[in-house]
Design a protein around this ligand. Structure first.
Ligand code: NA7
Length: 532
């Protein structure tokens, strides 16, 4: 292939669509992907039980009516194998693979000021150059392992959930330990509990969780879904999170106790994130409203978990309902009613070390055949940290984002790093991720088309615009209870040095406002940017 016009890093949901759009402009696009195939998040996260918490029919790409009509989601919340099959279907249908090189992890990217070109270096040492560089790295691709002494000593099988072996793992009858109780662990635990010999869950912080209520899509529903995609996507465009669920305008504190309770019962019985992002308007902003919602969710846990001591351990005390990403579950709490499942609170009895045959807490020794690390990710900025990105004069992105605090323009460009375009980088609106991705890719494609049309070779931010955007991003989280809580969404990861201080990693003014802002910049001929 002749030298590319654009290098894209990543062939997940974002990279595939960005490739499709840039190629349609007539540009030569080279994608580098670390995995051996397409799919990104859905390629790596093959752990048992991995599936959407978004409605499948609101998750797929919206850009091709033909694709929408051809593809059939089997379930309302698709499992990982179906999503991976979908992304492969997309790659084949639009003949994307020939632009992608697999097994190519990018280790560095350097901008040459004189030629205005990026040089990308792969781990193999091979290099490629192009005027434009698009990062489609995924916000949750830099997985992290806990720093527990003896981690390499374990003789059984051990893996992070994001590196679940492609060939699968036989768990039948095995003694399994799992560290972590986030959204991932919850999916694993409820899925494998009935299959394994024994399952020991090591919990540091319990999370609130609510029922997913997944089921198969009937043929009649399939017809209806296919006939109403335009309305579905329009509905997603009108919500702050791009999910189909719209915040209820009522306030929990203003309605009667009966009305409140009835609404929460209804939400608890309904599929998806309604109970999180379609709740009363004040649940995620008002401490008293949030406490009432937390009481409701705690009562549900007590009803579902038979052993009262275990139920109490599963109830979060350090954060309110919905202030961390709400995991959706299918029988998670009932898993603890099984004789072969045990919950170990490692705040009471911390893990001292991993041993050859299992692990040791301050109270007990455990033996396992398989040890699962469901210990999360260095979110959003982590993937950027793992590439040595250098702008003109050797300026390092790691220095600019000192302590992992990002500075961006609209979450898509970075001051001092010309021609670097981020898809779903820090400071963008995030929720139902493919919806956010499509909008960002469309915007970036518009920018590249504008440059091509006008013979412009270089795009940069204006420092004052970056200052303004960063200030807006910080302002947008004010008053949101989630900002006061430790989670990957607030930039905390105790397994990574320098990730102990909360950071603002997204634009939380909502997707509608984000779209209004980004559309305005485009409508004004990208005046907010500098070109040459
Ligand atoms: P999360 O939500 O970050 O969860 C990670 C879990 O692992 C969480 O329970 C952590 O406890 C636990 N953890 C991490 N490090 C340790 C150590 N050292 N010891 C014990 N426990 C530990 O990641 P997920 O993969 O579940 O979900 C990520 C996103 O993917 C999710 O939000 C969805 O959007 C999809 P902690 O809470 O830090 O005490």
């Amino acid at each position: 292939m002749a030298a590319p016009d654009v290098i894209v890093i990543g062939a997940g949901v974002a990279g595939l669509y960005q490739l499709y759009r840039l190629r349609a402009l007539g540009l030569r696009v080279q994608v580098f992907e670390a995995g051996s195939d397409v799919g990104g998040t859905w390629y790596w996260n093959r752990y048992p039980g991995a599936r959407f918490d978004s409605e499948s029919w609101s998750y797929g790409y919206s850009f091709s009516e033909e694709l929408l009509q051809e593809w059939e989601w089997p379930e309302h919340f698709a499992a990982q194998p179906d999503t991976l099959r979908y992304l492969n279907f997309v790659a084949d249908k639009f003949d994307l693979r020939r632009h992608i090189r697999f097994g190519c992890r990018v280790s560095a990217a350097t901008f040459d000021d004189a030629s205005s070109r990026w040089t990308v270096t792969l781990e193999s040492g091979e290099q490629a150059t192009a005027p434009l560089l698009v990062t489609a790295l995924g916000p949750l691709s830099a997985y992290t392992l806990p720093e527990i002494p003896g981690r390499d000593d374990f003789r059984g099988q051990a893996f992070h959930t994001a590196r679940w072996p492609r060939e699968g793992v036989s768990l039948a009858g095995k003694r399994v330990g799992i560290i972590g109780t986030g959204a991932t662990a919850i999916q694993v635990i409820q899925t494998i509990a009935s299959e394994v010999g024994s399952l020991t869950v090591f919990q540091r912080t319990p999370n609130w969780a609510a029922p997913l209520h997944n089921r198969r899509i009937t043929p009649e529903e399939q017809r209806r879904i296919k006939a109403s995609y335009a309305e579905i996507f329009e509905r997603c465009r009108q919500t702050a999170t791009c999910f189909i669920h719209q915040t209820d305008p009522r306030r929990a504190l203003e309605v009667s106790a009966e009305e409140r309770e009835a609404f929460w019962e209804k939400l608890y019985a309904e599929p998806g994130f309604g109970i999180w992002v379609g709740n009363f308007a004040d649940v995620l902003t008002d401490r008293r409203a949030n406490a009432l919602a937390s009481d409701f969710a705690a009562r549900k846990i007590r009803q579902r978990v038979k052993d009262p001591a275990v139920a109490e351990k599963l109830i979060p005390r350090d954060h309110g309902f919905g202030t961390r990403r709400l995991p959706l579950e299918s029988g998670y709490y009932e898993a603890y009613n099984r004789d072969n499942v045990r919950l170990v609170d490692i705040r009471e009895t911390p893990i001292e070390r991993i041993t050859e045959s299992g692990l040791r807490t301050t109270a007990e020794t455990f033996e396992f055949d398989v040890l699962i690390y469901a210990t999360g990710f260095d979110g959003v900025t982590g993937p950027y940290d793992r590439i040595d990105i250098r702008g003109p004069g050797g300026r390092r992105l790691k220095d600019d984002w000192a302590d992992g605090v990002p500075r961006t323009y609209l979450g898509m460009l970075i001051d001092g790093f010309p021609n670097l375009l981020m898809v779903l980088g820090p400071h963008t609106a995030r929720g139902n991720i493919p919806r956010n991705i499509e909008e960002i890719v469309d915007w970036l494609t518009g920018l590249v088309a504008f440059m091509t049309r006008n013979g412009l070779h270089r795009v940069e931010t204006r420092p004052e615009e970056v200052d303004r955007w960063v200030a807006e991003v910080e302002q947008a989280v004010e008053g949101l209870l989630f900002a006061e809580v430790n989670s990957w969404q607030t930039g905390i990861n105790r397994n990574v040095e320098g990730r102990q201080v909360r950071r603002v990693l997204g634009y939380y003014g909502g997707a509608v406002e984000y779209r209004r802002r980004t559309d305005a910049v485009a409508a004004q001929g990208y005046d907010a940017l500098r070109f040459s």
